[in-house]
Design a protein around this ligand. Structure first.
Ligand code: IZC
Ligand code: ZN
Length: 409
């Protein structure tokens, strides 16, 4: 339940701090005891939950989602079936740009209600902290609209939401052939984001037909000068060298890494940059090559896992499915997988001291599973194994029960 301090790299990812026959005591939304039942102190009487010997874990952390967006992209499925590549759909003005149109048109209330619905579903799979990116505005007013919706959701929804500015997600038609000018425009918006305190991280989509490694490096360097910690969509589809660049700029995370080079993987192991892997995206893009998780871990890097929930390349809120894919396609071990969705995913969004562990003094963000042990969840795939989710000690999800909108102080 506790184990090694800090982010878990390489072989430390095998450490899960398992306690058999455990008890957790909660007061005022915080954990006041976590450890063996034998020898636990006597606590004043209160509500008790009998977990019936089933698995209990920290609330999961999903560190990469594109939560707030208008519309959906089910019409792209037929194109995918015909073999039209993701980047070709984008080049033709579809893909991300189709979601940009829908998000520009949607008003704030519509975006809020839609994202609230998705957040409830994310939570039902055991997630209590989530990262959310903007990037479907690509203009000042829509980017700010998305980020304000995220802020309001963070205030009203039980989940903690960590916000990332992804204005550099694609080049909008009005800036076609002028990527540098567009990036300067997004840096101007980033100044406003900073003033309003709307995001903690800046991110960029470094990819063929979107932003080059050089453009991304320069953009992230400027974002850092403004005081933002940075993330990067690196080597998702084409191997451009984004992984190396992420390490050079000391990004808090480098995400995707399917095409990471040998050198990039070596650099990850020597850096503090956390590899956030998104096997759901590789699955949904129908690719055969997955990120080289084993090599990344063997090079002593830290791996986190995320859904990449978005309407195009990964339309799923199900972090447990990502855990199954990590087991089968990334060949990650169950212990590594649990660290990748708790401790390491929390550190990858700057939340490592607040989430990812059941620990005295921390918020009681806890999942009670319908699973006899921790091997079971990565094994039994395609269904939801969560029985109960507690956020700061309050039950926010219970299997088979309609709790309505629960507030957590
Ligand atoms: O809407 O397609 N890869 N951005 C980069 C995405 C996928 C989200 C999308
Ligand atoms: Zn993404």
């Amino acid at each position: 339940m506790d184990g090694k301090e800090g982010v878990r790299k390489g072989t430390d990812m095998m450490e899960v701090g398992l306690v058999e026959k455990a008890a957790v005591a909660i007061k005022g939304g915080k954990v006041i005891y976590a450890g063996p039942i034998d020898g636990a102190p006597q606590f004043e009487a209160g509500d008790k939950i009998d977990c019936k010997g089933q698995l209990v874990t920290p609330g999961l952390v999903d560190p990469h989602t594109h939560l707030v967006f208008g519309g959906s992209r089910e019409h792209e499925l037929a194109l995918k079936q015909q073999g039209v590549p993701y980047l070709d759909i984008l080049k033709q003005g579809g893909g991300i740009l189709s979601t940009v149109n829908a998000t520009r048109e949607a008003d704030e209330e519509v975006l809020y209600e839609k994202a609230h619905f998705h957040l409830d579903r994310i939570m039902s799979y055991g997630v209590t902290t989530v990262e959310a990116k903007s990037g479907y505005g690509l203009d000042e007013s829509t980017e700010l609209k998305q980020l304000r919706v995220t802020k309001k959701l963070n205030e009203n929804h039980p989940l903690n939401i960590v916000s990332t500015f992804l204005g550099a997600h694609a080049i909008p038609p009005e800036f076609k052939e002028r990527p540098e000018e567009f990036l300067n425009e997004m840096l101007r918006v980033l100044e406003m984001v900073k003033k309003e305190g709307l995001a903690q991280f800046a991110d960029i989509f470094c990819e063929t037909g979107v932003f080059t490694v050089e453009q991304s490096r320069e953009y992230l360097r400027k974002a850092k000068e403004m005081g933002f910690d940075v993330k990067i969509h690196a080597d998702e589809i084409d191997p451009l060298g984004g992984t190396e660049m992420a390490c050079e700029v000391d990004a808090i995370s480098a995400d995707h890494l399917v095409g990471a080079s040998e050198k990039g993987i070596e650099k990850l192991g020597e850096s503090r940059t956390i590899a956030v892997l998104l096997p759901g995206t590789t699955f949904y893009l129908n690719k055969n090559e997955y990120a080289k998780a084993r090599e990344i871990i063997e090079h002593n890097a830290a791996v986190a896992l995320a859904t990449d929930f978005n309407p195009g390349s990964s339309p799923t809120e199900n972090i447990q499915l990502i855990m199954n894919l990590a087991a089968l396609k990334l060949r990650m071990k169950p212990e590594e997988i649990w660290n990748a969705v708790t401790v390491n995913s929390a550190y990858s969004i700057g939340y490592g001291e607040h989430a990812g562990k059941i620990r005295e003094g921390r918020n009681a963000d806890i999942v009670i599973w319908d699973a006899p042990n921790y091997l079971y969840v990565p094994y039994h795939y395609g269904v939801n194994h969560v029985n109960t989710v507690l956020k700061s000690g309050t039950t926010v999800y219970k299997r088979g029960e309609q709790l309505g909108r629960v507030t957590v102080s």
